[in-house]
Ligand binder design. Sequence first.
Ligand SMILES: Cc1cc2nc3c(=O)[nH]c(=O)nc-3n(C[C@H](O)[C@H](O)[C@H](O)COP(=O)(O)OP(=O)(O)OC[C@H]3O[C@@H](n4cnc5c(N)ncnc54)[C@H](O)[C@@H]3O)c2cc1C
Length: 306
Amino acid sequence: MLRSVILAASRSSQVERLVATAPYTRDVVRRFVAGVATDDALRATRRLVDDGLAITIDHLGEDTVTPEQATATRDEYLKLLAMLSGAGLTPAAEVSVKLSALGQLFDEQLAYDNARAICAAADSAGTTVTLDMEDHTTTDSTLEVLAKLRKDFPSTGAVLQAYLRRTESDCRELSSAGSRVRLCKGAYSEPESVAYQSAREVDKSYVRCLNILMSGDGYPMLATHDPRMISIGEDRARWFDRGPERFEFQMLYGIRPEEQARLVGEGYTVRTYLPYGDEWYGYLMRRLAERPANLVFFGRALISRK
Ligand SMILES: Cc1cc2nc3c(=O)[nH]c(=O)nc-3n(C[C@H](O)[C@H](O)[C@H](O)COP(=O)(O)OP(=O)(O)OC[C@H]3O[C@@H](n4cnc5c(N)ncnc54)[C@H](O)[C@@H]3O)c2cc1C
């Protein structure tokens, strides 16, 4: 219930204005977002890489409605990749890309062309691209674009969401050699016809999908903060004899940093998902919807006068 309210607020421009202008919002945003500029992303990447983490960087921007916006997003990624390469931060840092930000919702070919340009730049910079997954109406289109990109850039990563009923089957399809798959629970509000609704059902699906990926031939990327899923991931790594070069854990920037450090200390590969850019509002609201406990932290910041 609270989750649906927060997700509804994430689409309200009035709430957005209230949040954006509140005192202290900047500090809250900074907990989950590297900053607004490319330089901010670079600085945060350097710090995290020095701590032994791998990184995937996301340029925030979801409401792309014109070809010009889509091209500007592509150009931002090209600039980011050039800067990462120049700073010697590839291959530790790759990029995560939302096809909707590249024009998917109004011109799938344009989104593909833009994504292809980003994959080519990443390839020249010695790193990779992962295509984020958005709501279920875009799943087929995203997987089709992925398949086309993989012909030339086989290391392009997919994201599969355990809350979707179809995902076990998608995991089987994508568990072949060389296939990089990020498994997450899923962050959107989806109808019962396509998605499991209870946390228990989603967790059970996550474990079934994890088993398929960890026993397959691809490169699983276990994206979760859930202690139970992480412990099952560690268990399956031992069971299937997967060393740190054959799978990784992924977590979001600002969430469970001590756990990220612990896993690095244990010798695992851990990749932090690092967002930056000025369109932080929708991203921040999804993080709050996942964990309403963060609302207390957020509410305190909103009313603070300091
Ligand atoms: C790297 C990465 C990339 C992602 N990419 C996508 C994507 O492309 N598409 C998409 O739909 N979703 C994506 N997500 C979001 C994902 O789908 C989930 O919404 C999100 O990760 C929350 O699920 P969870 O597995 O972390 O655990 P949850 O089910 O949210 O939480 C389970 C348990 O984890 C612990 N926990 C969770 N959050 C916190 C916290 N803030 N502090 C302390 N403990 C916590 C608690 O013990 C909690 O009970 C991504 C997530 C990650 C980590």
